[in-house]
Write a protein that binds this ligand. Structure first.
Ligand code: NDP
Length: 304
């Protein structure tokens, strides 16, 4: 069998950012992205820093708001209403998770759907379902984008999505259907999961379980898209999943953990192409947020 192709998310993201930079320069105005970060969650702070940096690189104005973590739902609704009405704000991102006392659903639903660069607002979820051009969630949009840019045909393909969360599984399923794939969605209550996954020409996995999809669950020659991001902290697991991967062992020795997706790396060998973890789908998410910000800026002004 021929060597599988690695679908390089970092390279695709760089390509998308370069295109966006040109588009932004040609707009004649500066798009603005407001990011609301509440609390001290270190992972959220890292994400927000990367988002602000990406904005700077592309010529997008970033507006960072860091209200006090003790704020109420009403306080946050007031902040969102202000951002909704500001003309210099094209995109609004409320970094999750929110503090316990805040009603996340109410806050996300208060964001103007035209500025909803996360694509989580029910109006945008509905538009995606009926195939209207709209702002769609970043990670699933990245999945479709890497397939498209890698020349992997979706029309007529058997696509199987494992996972049905609102932020990954369901939107990626809607997008694959829109792209004319024949779609199966599997989840925690699916019987005989392997029977479904083995039929897939394109298998997208977003469940949050380290190396869960094994080589025997994959059709030889399938395209594997691994959305999962998990951490292995046990040396025996690192040995089991990465027996011959000196680099991972080195990382584990240095940091005490290594990242792995939801697909057992041994399964990549039977595929025709796969997205690695890290450096696959995850590397595209911020580029797709930038894409959505530019798209929102254009849509609001009636530009194509
Ligand atoms: P959720 O926990 O919200 O959803 C997991 C889904 O997987 C559920 O639908 C669940 O089914 C299903 N599932 C769990 N176990 C099984 C199983 N044994 N068989 C079949 N289905 C199963 O996770 P998310 O969608 O938020 O995230 C999934 C993964 O993707 C995580 O590793 C996360 O870190 C990663 N991720 C990566 C992103 C990026 O690259 N930027 C962005 C977002 C997520 P049920 O509904 O029945 O419970």
């Amino acid at each position: 069998m021929t060597e599988p192709r690695v679908l390089d998310g970092a390279a695709t993201a760089a390509e998308i950012r370069a295109e966006l930079k040109q588009q932004v320069a040609a707009l004649g105005f500066t798009p603005g992205l407001a990011v609301v970060l509440i609390g001290e969650d270190p992972a959220s702070a890292i994400y927000v820093r990367s988002k602000v940096k990406a904005c700077e690189e592309l010529g997008i104005r970033s507006i960072e708001l860091r209200p006090d973590a003790s704020l109420t739902t009403e306080d946050l609704l007031t902040i969102v209403a202000d951002l909704n009405s500001r003309d210099d704000v094209d995109g609004i991102l409320v970094q999750l998770p929110l503090p316990k006392q805040v009603d996340t659903k109410r806050v996300l639903e208060a964001v103007d759907p035209d500025k909803d660069v996360d694509g989580f607002h029910p109006v945008n979820v509905g538009k995606l379902q009926i195939g209207q051009d709209t702002l769609t969630p970043c990670t699933p949009t990245g999945v479709l984008e890497i397939l498209k840019r890698s020349g992997i045909p979706t029309a007529g393909a058997e696509a199987v999505v494992v996972g049905r969360s609102d932020i990954v599984g369901k939107p990626v399923a809607a997008m694959l259907l829109q792209a004319n794939a024949t779609l199966t969605v599997c989840h925690g209550r699916t019987r005989n999961l392997a029977e479904h996954t083995r039929r897939a020409d394109i298998l997208v996995v977003a469940i949050g379980k380290a190396g869960f999809i094994t080589a025997d669950m994959v059709k030889p020659g399938a395209v594997l898209v691994d959305v999962g991001i998990n951490r292995l902290t046990d040396a025996a697991d690192v040995e089991r999943f990465f027996p011959n991967d000196a680099k991972r062992h080195e990382t584990f020795a240095k940091r005490g953990s290594v990242v792995i997706g939801d697909i057992d790396p041994a399964a990549f060998a039977v595929s025709s192409a796969y997205t690695p973890v890290p450096g696959g789908v995850g590397a595209l998410t911020i580029a797709m947020l930038m894409h959505n910000t530019v798209k929102a800026a254009k849509l609001r002004r009636g530009l194509k």
